[in-house]
Design a protein around this ligand. Structure first.
Ligand code: MOS
Length: 731
């Protein structure tokens, strides 16, 4: 008892289930008479379906349905019904709604059969005739059609253009990154179990079971009580499960039409047919004094979106807050194309924006003849100028210091191409990372059972970061119990309301609710103890629940054991909704990082290897350093992929992603990854929430791509402003 568990590297509570194969994912649940669906996707980017000939497919024994806009069950007619908790502005895509084709890869039919193999084969027999219209999928070709994004940017401050024009140093730079696709290990899948009463029990791959439930109910015009969504285990998501993906409504439509259970899984190729990190062109102008002190900054972003929704993310904002600068202008425009709507992807916007800003800062350091780390310190921001607020805490200086020390930054020779090992050019680069520390309203229910277990429940989920483990620790800590006594339930739309798992706000949001629910339970235990006929307390002074008993002050002799209270009450329960505190509003809150990267570039071949990374993170109190470290490791690996590998190759003639498989769409593998060291710097924050935790999901990737690009510049003297940095660009 009273094992303090917060801040300890507790093993994942669900680790044994995962490594022994007992953890079931959405496509792994058995159901009686389960049918399997295979999705047919459009091969044209714009136009309409003229005819569907499904006769050959339907003639096969074991094929039960070819579902399309022609024979689907009734669907809501209005756009609003298709909006979800993460929907962008505009009219969401409505799967199988009508004959219109809006993008290549759009689902146009679902073939349902006894087995997946049969469904796939039957799908290959369906003949679809299209009437094609001209399409446009190339952002570069359509930059002049951009419109202002419906996003509220900080107002311009000062006169950035004049400040830059008059500055001793000025730079005009342009950066670009391609579409990057989501590839969690678990592809998207939904198993819809048709119940005897006509209701649906759904296992869905999602970051929000309640979001999927609301979406299905409104799209299919069902009472929400008729739909329950479970997401017990999620094999990675990181944005891809924030919005319900099309396999979910397709499987549900088929289940309702056939009154059978239906599973639809997306193939790896089909994972290239929904949301992605959008291609963006970024223009940065920096004006600075001779010593590199910023005098003016302009950051203009043009990103792509679909024709039907205006996808926005926070790309430029960071440039107005990360460094002190009194003359700043930020702009964000969108170009609608004949593509599907982009989607949040790990550190949406920040990963994009900081690639440009932190590359530009490196270019400024070179122009000023200043060490890149010194340049960051020269421009260090004490307050968030975008919001005109102080930070609730900001230990970025400690990140720079500890990261640089661990990396050995001081041994860097500032001259490009000056460090080598044999035929390898060695480069050191660094960058800053930042992510907002948010908190959303969230609920949790805590129950102490008669046998002394603490069951805590909330409709959040665990897409991989170890949420169940962190929540177990928070609950155990709040009541002074052993974590082994705690069971945390998640991934079920019928549990107390929780936000989507995203944005790195689960610990701050759901964790706060868990803590409050347990504290409410402690208060109930104290009340119950005081009301005992033989209560041992001497006066009315405050009681506390500590170490499994209610006591007065520190007097352990006058105490009531938990077992006594549970024997009397059977069980006790508390449910709370936690809100962000009012005091937060007077402060800005963010997590920060300093990323240091060593690369080796083969002088003859141009191949780049990231040999070492040190990432120093300031994110408030870290609930579990083991799982938190894994988040940062994953983010760093993803950042290396962003810098060197990931690129959707679009054939704009076809309007389609051509490298739609993991052989041709490159991701880093073990052999691509060198040593990664993660440092969590001490950061006390009494403002963000009572836990003092800001969350560590997104921050791991932010800044990594720039740090790699900066290291490549240092190694080679070549500045690559268009990701990914492939050898053809270096030779
Ligand atoms: Mo967050 S975009 O859900 O990793």
């Amino acid at each position: 008892m009273n094992a303090r568990t917060l801040g300890k590297p507790l093993d994942r509570v669900d680790g044994p289930l995962k490594v022994s194969g007992q953890a079931r994912y959405a496509a792994e649940y058995p159901a009686d008479g389960l049918l399997h669906g295979s999705v047919i996707c459009s091969v044209i980017a714009r136009g309409r379906i003229v005819r569907i000939d499904a006769s050959a497919a339907e003639a096969l024994e074991g094929v039960s349905l070819v579902l399309s806009h022609l024979n689907r069950p009734p669907l809501a007619q209005d756009d609003e019904s298709y909006e979800d908790d993460d929907a962008a502005d505009g009219s969401p895509f409505r799967p199988l709604f009508n004959e219109r084709i809006r993008y290549s890869g759009q689902p146009v039919a679902l073939v349902v059969a006894d087995t997946l193999e049969l469904a796939r084969h039957a799908a290959s027999l369906v003949r679809i005739e299209y009437q094609q219209q001209p399409h446009e999928t190339d952002l570069r070709q359509a930059l002049d059609r951009s419109h202002a994004a419906p996003a509220e940017l900080p107002k311009p401050r000062g006169d950035a253009d004049a400040a830059i024009a008059g500055a001793p140093l000025s730079l005009q730079l342009e950066y670009e990154l391609p579409n990057e696709y989501h590839h969690p290990m678990e592809p998207h899948a939904s198993t819809v179990m048709y119940q005897a009463d006509g209701s649906l029990l759904v296992h869905d791959k999602t970051q929000g079971p309640q979001n999927s439930q609301q979406y299905l109910a409104s799209v299919l015009k069902l009472d929400p009580s008729q739909v329950r969504v479970l997401s017990s285990f999620v094999g990675g998501a990181f944005g891809s499960g924030l919005r319900p993906q099309y396999q979910l409504p397709l499987a549900a439509m088929a289940a309702l039409k056939l009154q059978r259970s239906v599973r639809v899984t997306l193939s790896r190729q089909q994972m290239f047919t929904f949301g992605y990190r959008p291609r963006a062109v970024q223009r940065l102008q920096l004006g600075a004094a001779a010593d590199g002190k910023l005098q003016g900054l302009v950051h203009e972003v043009i990103g792509q979106t679909s024709r039907f929704e205006d996808f926005t993310e926070h790309v430029a904002e960071w440039s107005g807050m990360l460094y002190h600068c009194d003359h700043v202008r930020l702009a964000y425009r969108l170009v609608p194309l004949d593509v599907y709507t982009p989607l949040d992807m790990r550190a949406p916007g920040a990963a994009t924006g900081l690639f440009a800003l932190e590359s530009a800062m490196d270019e400024l350091a070179w122009a000023a003849g200043v060490d890149p780390l010194q340049l960051r310190l020269t421009n260090y921001a004490q307050t968030n100028q975008n919001e005109g607020k102080p930070y609730s805490s900001k230990e970025l200086r400690a990140c720079y210091q500890q990261g640089a020390d661990a990396f050995g930054w001081s041994t860097r020779d500032p001259q490009p191409r000056s460090m080598r090992q044999g035929n390898q050019l060695v480069g050191y680069g660094m960058a800053t990372g930042v992510w907002e520390a948010m908190q959303m309203p969230a609920s949790a229910r805590a129950t102490l059972t008669a046998d002394g277990r603490l069951i805590v429940a909330s409709a959040t989920c665990d897409i991989g970061p170890g949420t169940a483990t962190a929540m177990t620790q928070i609950a155990a800590e709040a009541l002074g119990l052993d974590p082994a006594q705690v069971i945390f339930k998640l991934g079920d739309s019928s549990l107390p309301k929780a936000p989507l798992q995203g944005g790195s706000f689960t610990v701050s949001s759901v964790g706060s609710a868990v803590q409050e629910a347990c504290q409410a339970l402690a208060a109930q235990l104290c009340d119950a103890a005081r009301q005992l006929p033989d209560a041992p307390f001497t006066d009315g002074s405050a009681l506390r629940f500590v170490d499994g008993r209610v006591q007065q002050g520190d007097d352990t002799r006058r105490a009531v054991e938990l077992s006594t209270l549970l024997a009397r009450h059977g069980s006790l329960e508390a449910e709370v909704q936690a809100q962000p505190s009012k005091q937060r509003e007077r402060y800005a809150s963010a997590t920060h990082s300093a990323v240091f990267v060593e690369v080796q570039v083969d002088e003859q071949l141009g191949t780049v290897r990231v040999t070492r990374v040190v990432s120093a993170i300031a994110a408030g109190r870290v609930v579990n350093p083991k799982t938190a470290r894994s988040q940062i490791l994953g983010g760093v690996v993803w950042g290396v992929g962003m810098a060197l590998h990931e690129e959707a190759m679009i054939d704009h003639g076809l309007g389609r992603c051509m490298n739609h498989n993991l052989a041709d769409y490159h991701l880093p593998v073990h052999a691509d990854i060198g040593d990664i060291e993660v440092i969590f710097v001490e950061e006390e924050d009494q403002i963000v929430n009572p836990l003092g935790s800001k969350g560590v999901g997104e921050i791991g990737i932010v800044g990594v791509a720039a740090a790699v690009a900066n290291a490549v510049y240092h190694a080679t003297g070549k500045r690559i402003r268009e990701l990914p940095i492939t050898l053809d660009k270096l030779l």
